[in-house]
Design a protein around this ligand. Structure first.
Ligand SMILES: NC(=O)c1ccc[n+]([C@@H]2O[C@H](COP(=O)([O-])OP(=O)(O)OC[C@H]3O[C@@H](n4cnc5c(N)ncnc54)[C@H](OP(=O)(O)O)[C@@H]3O)[C@@H](O)[C@H]2O)c1
Length: 331
């Protein structure tokens, strides 16, 4: 039986959908060369309408993975949106085991950019990415880790911002949140870059050399900016004058938990303090030219993305910010 060039997980989500659309529409990869997956059989028709093959793949159900990954050249392994890290790690282990069993030729893992090319970030969900990368490294599989820049689109999460917010409350950290910077990236541009890489292949970009034994390609934006810069961008985009106020981390958690518009629990805000510490420590500040090389133009900066998003929609929300079900740390 001949193999199919691409199997893409995560294509019902924002990043994966952009990757699939660009592969089809921009790079003209034949639909028959792509298998789309979802945990739900209900998504079959939306892909088959585009003549893209469909298989069910649920990271939590190994049987679906072994079946789905049969006769695949390239597997786009989207990190799970599961927020419980031990569970997420188990799911990712299932994916790696199934890829080994099915003898997938190459795995492209969508990781995250905290730690740059290193493994030093203490942020919980980044630790889960490190663990998955370690498992890939030890699996014998041919793999690349695409460490994706932090989504600028997710700014409501980082600032606990809602369209009704009158002032942004942030934890007082050392170094301060005005100093800690992130090389944010827009989700659509990340999808565009990943689609280009998958469709054209790494050999087309000789300047992009995967680094370390984890074969990392770092896709980070062109400028490192602080959370306060993002607040300035919201103010520019919505022509508001929202100030930033600070509280000691424990008081910040207390205050935010009191009457959070999204009803998020204490554990969510506690995890945000660890996240903000990572931001302030510069865990995601490293710039790398690979993203620009793949796009063929300078990527948007985080503040450009935020200003554009709130100009386009002054009531902009990020889904996880409003999820009352986001009971543990948000990613
Ligand atoms: N770089 C960043 O700043 C950043 C920010 C947030 C998230 N992320 C990570 O990037 C991933 C993609 O981001 P996104 O914005 O596209 O997320 P999204 O819109 O929430 O989509 C998540 C996708 O992952 C699939 N998925 C989730 N858990 C799965 C599982 N257990 N088994 C199989 N498929 C699963 C979902 O497929 P079905 O529901 O159809 O099964 C869906 O297509 C997220 O899952 C998260 O790990 C990165």
């Amino acid at each position: 039986m001949s193999s199919t060039p691409f199997l893409l997980t995560g294509v019902t989500g924002g990043l994966g959908a952009k990757i699939l659309d660009d592969m089809l529409d921009k790079h003209h990869v034949p639909a028959s060369d792509i298998i789309a997956t979802s945990r739900s059989e209900n998504n079959r028709s939306r892909f088959e309408q585009k003549f893209v093959q469909f298989r069910v793949a649920d990271y939590d159900r190994s049987d679906t993975l072994v079946k789905a990954f049969k006769n695949i050249d390239n597997l786009l392994f989207m990190s799970s949106s599961e927020r419980d890290n031990p569970k997420r790690n188990r799911e990712h282990e299932n994916v790696i085991e199934a890829a080994k069993q099915a003898k997938v030729k190459k795995v492209w893992y969508v990781s995250l950019a905290f730690g740059g090319f290193g493994d030093t970030s203490k942020i919980g969900f980044q630790q889960a990415h490190y663990e998955t990368e370690d498992k890939l490294k030890n699996s014998g599989l041919d793999f690349i880790s695409l460490r994706a820049g932090v989504y600028a689109d997710a700014f409501p999460l980082f600032l606990n911002w809602y369209p009704s917010t009158k002032s942004v409350l942030l934890p007082e950290m050392t170094p301060s949140v005005t100093e800690g910077k992130v090389a944010f990236a827009s989700r659509d541009e990340l999808g565009e870059a990943m689609a280009t890489l998958l469709a054209k292949g790494l050999a087309d970009f000789p300047s992009i050399q995967p680094r370390t034994e984890k074969n990392i390609i770092l896709l980070t934006g062109p400028k490192a900016e602080s959370l306060v810069h993002l607040v300035d961008a919201i103010n520019r985009g919505r022509t508001t004058n929202m100030p930033v106020e600070y509280l000691k981390p424990a008081d910040w958690v207390e205050e935010c938990t009191k009457d959070d518009e999204g009803g998020k629990p204490r554990a969510w805000f506690e995890a945000r303090v660890i996240f903000t510490q990572g931001v302030c420590d510069g865990d995601a500040e490293l710039l790398d030219p690979a993203f620009e090389t793949l796009l063929g133009r300078r990527p948007e900066t985080g503040t450009e993305t935020v200003e554009r998003l709130v100009k386009e929609d002054s009531g902009y929300t990020w889904h996880q910010n409003h999820a009352r079900l986001a009971l543990l740390s948000g990613s």
